[in-house]
Write a protein that binds this ligand. Sequence first.
Ligand code: FAD
Length: 330
Amino acid sequence: MDVYDITIIGGGPSGLFGGFYAGLRGLKTKIIDVLPELGGQLTALYPEKYVYDVAGHPKILAKDLAKNLGIQSQLFKPAICLDEKVINLIHQQNDSVWQVLTDKSSDHYTKSLLLALGAGACVPKKLDLDYNPAFENTCIFYSVKNKDFFRGKNVLIIGGGDSAVDWANEFSTYAKHVTLIHRRDQFRAVQTSVEEMAKNKVDVKTFYELKEIKGKDRIEGVVIFDNRTGKEEALPIEAILINIGFVINLDFLKSWGLKMEGNAISVNEKMETNVPGIYAAGDICSHPAKLKLIATGAAEAATAVNFAVTYINPSAKAFPGHSSNLNLSI
Ligand SMILES: Cc1cc2nc3c(=O)[nH]c(=O)nc-3n(C[C@H](O)[C@H](O)[C@H](O)COP(=O)(O)OP(=O)(O)OC[C@H]3O[C@@H](n4cnc5c(N)ncnc54)[C@H](O)[C@@H]3O)c2cc1C
């Protein structure tokens, strides 16, 4: 049985920074993520957007930040398992070792865990509409991996949250025409972005929903309808971006005996959950001063890992010392 000191579930920014710190503290580390690439929300949801509020980076593309975090996390060569969804945890050997079960393997054993699951293995909510499945990722998208694709096109964006409104604002500068439809007139997006959208070249249609996507091999227009009157309208759309939220299922965390606050795991100031040896950091955790940010998730992950060191070895100190005293060849 190959037992790791710490297994980090989630390879988003919090998990990756936790992976770096675990290596720095000499822990035998494994990172598991359900997605095929590291980076969490940075790579899955907004790789082409700039981030301005990460220490030491005045302005950085999310995908570049994810890449840097990946490089930093791999300095101490943790085991990395991608495309693998954690589905269960089992106590082993009088509770001193955990067995982590995934959809691919039951061969993960660990003395401690850092849960950095973000919003969980979130799957974008799909359109409840018949369309050619080949359209997905060719002209119907649930996230933007290549914003150049939308250049010069007639784009339809569906949704009223931050992603939908932010992309509408950005595409308005280089798409041929942008229409945003939202089923209500209240937006979840921040007010300043909604106000910016009103000034930009975005055709905003509230109370509108998508009825039909025309075309067999490519999109040849859509039909939208007013959900109050049923009035239909045809639009000459070529590309669709759907940002209508995620399907999140975190019920399995409760079955691991973890104390939850809504959809988040309760932690104390050491990032300990109520289950000894299990720590949480990043968007998934909840404490009185919680802010869901990359910067705070990184700090929480560093705290969690340094206290996990004291759990694994009670005579160790939580304070890691200063990394500037190290001489790492990078
Ligand atoms: C559009 C947008 C813009 C944003 N802009 C900013 C910004 O400018 N500044 C900022 O600070 N924050 C920003 N955020 C928020 C920021 O991205 C999150 O706070 C951050 O990604 C949280 O990191 P995390 O590692 O905790 O979780 P995540 O990034 O969500 O990563 C969690 C990882 O866990 C994996 N996972 C989940 N469940 C399982 C499972 N069962 N098995 C295996 N793997 C699993 C997921 O696949 C994922 O890769 C933005 C968010 C969005 C959506």
